[in-house]
Design a protein around this ligand. Structure first.
Ligand SMILES: [Zn+2]
Length: 327
């Protein structure tokens, strides 16, 4: 709430206020509520160079300011961003503890997936989901973490941070063309991570049929083959039909269907599932999409899979990934 982006900015404190109200109204959808610690310097600098963290904190200490045309910092923005990244770390700890919970969510602002290692951009200061995933590798010793980015914008920061990291398989479904302009299907990762970046650009107007197919017919089979030890979701709700920042058409039911596919495959593989909030700028769509997601992942999965034929974009991306990773 203390991260003040100024009048008229879509990434605003009210986003958290309406989420808090929805959690209260629905008894947290059955989840236990936990405060998020600030990420430590060591947790942040496992992803971001120390000079980037220092630059964010210097700007905040100086009263804040404009970073780019979309991205601003206020005096307490650095602190908020540390809690957002720390929340992702705490989520990973909770999911991987000995008496682990199987599902959880880290709900904070600012979002993180546009933040590159050395660059704040697109409303994002630190890349929270990347800090959480890196923590899972470094602190918990995981060897395979799957990150699905379902925000309508390409998660360029996460894509870049793990571009040559074979232990993180990053799948992004995003509207194209749209900000930030990255994430063509041909971007498949590099070096040791060649094949572990799976980008699925989809045209404006894409709705449940496309987004749900990418989850059911691409992420689910990839998870079955690659056998991640942890599933993280960079969950934006700006692909919603009501969102003002993009032109996709996902419905509340679509978010529930995506969550159902993810919960089912997480259970099938016996691995935990963590949601990290990214965008979503229409307050009603944000709370309904997130609420449908939380309610669905908290429930025992009962519904069968999506019986529709795979969307061609999902089928193409799966075939390409299978070739690259020699499955
Ligand atoms: Zn977005």
């Amino acid at each position: 709430m203390a991260h003040d982006t100024g009048r008229g900015h879509p990434e605003r404190a009210e986003r958290i206020a309406v989420i808090a109200a929805a959690l209260e109204e629905h008894a947290c959808f059955g989840f236990a509520l936990q405060e998020s610690p600030q990420a430590t310097d060591a947790q942040l600098t496992a992803v971001h160079p120390a000079r980037h963290v220092a630059a964010v904190e210097r700007l905040c200490a100086a009263g804040g300011g404009v970073i780019d045309s979309d991205t601003v910092a206020s005096p307490r923005s650095g602190e908020a961003a540390r809690h957002a990244a720390g929340g992702a770390v705490a989520l990973v700890d909770a999911l991987l503890a000995a008496d682990a919970v199987r599902v959880g969510a880290s709900l904070h602002r600012p979002p993180g997936h546009h933040a590159e290692a050395a660059r704040a951009m697109g409303f994002c200061l630190y890349n929270s989901v990347a800090v959480g995933a890196q923590w899972a590798l470094d602190h918990h010793g995981l060897e395979r973490v799957l990150v699905l980015d379902s925000d309508v914008h390409h998660g360029n920061g996460t894509n870049a941070i793990f571009h040559s990291e074979p232990r993180v398989l990053f799948v992004s479904v995003h509207q194209s063309p749209l900000y930030p302009g990255t994430g063509p299907a041909a971007d498949v990762g590099s070096g040791a991570g060649h094949g572990t970046n799976v980008n699925v650009p989809v045209p404006g107007g894409s709705g449940d049929e496309t987004f749900c197919s990418v989850v059911e017919h691409l992420v689910v089979p990839i998870a079955r083959e690659w056998r991640p030890q942890l599933l993280l979701v960079s969950a934006g709700f700006d692909a919603h039909v009501d969102d003002p920042l993009a032109g996709c058409a996902v419905t509340d039911a679509g978010y529930a269907a995506m969550a159902r596919s993810l919960r089912r495959v997480a259970d099938e593989l016996g691995v935990p599932l963590g949601i990290v909030l990214e965008g979503g700028y229409e307050l009603g769509a944000l709370t309904r999409g997130l609420g449908a997601t939380l309610e669905t992942i908290a429930a025992e999965p009962v519904a069968p899979g999506d019986e529709r034929a795979p969307h061609p974009l999902a089928a193409d991306a799966l075939e390409r990934t299978r070739e690259l990773l020699a499955w």
